[in-house]
Design a protein around this ligand. Structure first.
Ligand code: FE2
Length: 303
């Protein structure tokens, strides 16, 4: 069976790439450098998804940096009305877009408002009930478990039958990484799968994730956008379903006592091993080492 992987074309002149009728992706030229728990810092490709609603208004999912070329293309599509953060990691450029489109409403992901006190949100998206502004055109679900550490709102564009995942699934291009990072990203399951760190965050209470995944399948999506991937989208109802089932194989139900024991093991691994190592890594690699290097540079500049 063909995998249905539709690559982002390398020779496009426009920053906007059409996925289907009234839905586009907007790929950033640069990377975001992010350190997952206890991992090297990786270059992340990232993107926005733009959906045009029936009244010509635009729903902007996870905005990337705005520049004049992007703004021209967006303005030609419709009126920017809704700026949406799908999870509390994807929020950095909301302020750029809010400044450019002051009449647009901002929608927070769970956990975001305390991080972005500089922004005024219309509401925090936290349920599977679509907002009245896009009800009947875009469905939504909250992928959450027990602690709210990394809830993600997953969206479904009804007209094109496109489902949009942000960080719950990743599928990087290994060519982007150094040899050591290819090893660590494989360990972290960042290829056509939920990253290991996300699985550990959801140590307990996975029943709600299973229900959310069942609801995604009930949407019967025909296209799948995975934000961190070299693919414009995955095409085909069967292909999307197979991709999702592989990505979420860690949600397979277990007998209750085993599920409870595994939950304890996962949470212990996260809190006693991975997070302390992560803190040590941040302290040495992100705080102490850059200061040492700066000191050496300063010394040499004085010589
Ligand atoms: Fe992300």
């Amino acid at each position: 069976m063909e995998l249905g992987l539709r690559p982002i074309p390398s020779d496009v002149k426009s920053p906007l790439i059409e996925v289907a009728a009234n839905i586009w992706t907007l790929k950033a030229d640069n990377f975001v450098y992010y350190r997952p728990p206890a991992q090297p810092r990786y270059p992340y490709t990232h993107r926005t998804v733009v959906i045009r609603l029936e009244d010509g208004s635009l729903f902007i999912h996870s905005p990337i940096a705005l520049n004049p070329a992007i703004r021209n293309e967006i303005d030609a599509l419709g009126t920017v009305k809704y700026l949406v953060s799908p999870n509390h990691i994807h929020h950095l450029r909301l302020s750029d877009w809010s400044a450019a489109y002051p009449d647009a409403k901002l929608y927070a992901s769970p956990g975001l408002p305390p991080k972005r006190k500089d922004l005024t949100f219309e509401t925090t998206l936290s349920t599977g009930v679509p907002e009245p502004e896009w009800e009947g055109q875009i469905e939504q679900l909250n992928f959450k478990s027990w602690n709210g550490w990394l809830d993600e709102i997953v969206f479904f564009h009804c007209q094109s039958r496109t489902v949009i995942f942000t960080d719950m699934i990743m599928d990087f291009d290994p060519e982007m990484f150094s040899g050591i990072s290819r090893v660590t990203t494989r360990w972290n399951q960042m290829y056509r799968h939920s990253p290991r760190g996300i699985q550990l965050v959801h140590s307990f209470g996975r029943e709600s994730l299973r229900q959310a995944f069942a609801n995604v399948q009930a949407w019967e999506p025909e296209h799948l956008i995975v934000a961190h991937s070299p693919w414009q989208c995955i095409d085909g109802r069967v292909q999307v379903l197979e991709f999702l089932k592989t990505a979420f194989d860690w949600l397979k139900p277990q007998p209750k006592p085993i599920e409870a024991a595994l939950g304890v093991a996962r949470f212990s691994t996260l809190t006693l091993l991975i997070l302390p190592f992560h803190l040590l890594l941040v302290l040495t690699a992100d705080i102490v080492y850059p200061r040492l290097v700066k000191t050496e540079t300063d010394k040499s500049s004085l010589a």
